[in-house]
Design a protein around this ligand. Sequence first.
Ligand SMILES: Nc1ncnc2c1ncn2[C@@H]1O[C@H](COP(=O)(O)OP(=O)(O)OP(=O)(O)O)[C@@H](O)[C@H]1O
Length: 273
Amino acid sequence: MSSVAREITRPDAAPAAIAMAGIEKWYGTGLSQVHALARTDLSVPQGELLVLLGASGCGKTTLLRMIGGLIEPTGGEMRIEGRPLWRDGRRQDEAVAELGMVFQEANLFPWLTIEGNIALPLELKGVGRSERLARARELTRLVGIGGFEARWPKELSGGMRQRAAIARALSYDPDILLMDEPFGALDAMTRDAMNLELQRIWMETGKTIVLVTHSITEAVFLADRIVLLSPRPGRIDTIVDVPIPRPRTLDAQSLPVFQDVARRLRHRLNEIS
Ligand SMILES: Nc1ncnc2c1ncn2[C@@H]1O[C@H](COP(=O)(O)OP(=O)(O)OP(=O)(O)O)[C@@H](O)[C@H]1O
């Protein structure tokens, strides 16, 4: 039995937050087929902060979207907290309920206030107004935009809008947060601040996070483990542990261990790109 299969079936242990076995993705048909991701096995324990790193086009977004149930794999099995994400081509609601997503753009609705945006997923689920607003208020505080509930998205900076997007993804309290280049559109200083904030939010909530980035520095700063993907077709090349204690400050970047991990990743990325 493979280690992933063992983890799926072991009765005494909490299931992995995410367990994939033989997950694969082809896009298109015939001559225009693209093999985006080769058969991939990966298990993400509950509470881990895992980073997917790799060159452009190596399949990071494809893999993240398959974890999130936005794309159906061509082959293999994806389990979320022990439950299959797909059955007979149908996405399973109980698995999806544990998944929240954050993208590079905050994608807030301009005609809703910050509070209205954050509470929208709850409104769609039929949660009553007072409960929705209480939850939105709790989340604005968690992500550091308390007091901005009644503002419009255009009144907030890019970093604040991204905080609101994180709050919206957490509104229905999923156990797993999937983030696709969430800070890629921000300036360098805001990005550093958001990395610190994300670490704090992760430590406060105990969520499992899978985050996609091109940035080696961001990957080493945030990750418990970094999965380096190689291109054409995407496959796991290397998995690197980041043994730097938490909470990490930005000064951690000057630690020898930080620089050593970053150097190893940079060399390997150059070799495989
Ligand atoms: N809908 C699609 N149809 C056809 N090919 C696709 C589709 N989406 C992605 N691809 C191809 O699959 C491969 C992996 O793409 P993917 O977006 O997952 O990579 P990525 O590592 O996230 O890239 P980037 O870092 O540039 O966002 C690429 O060759 C891409 O061109």
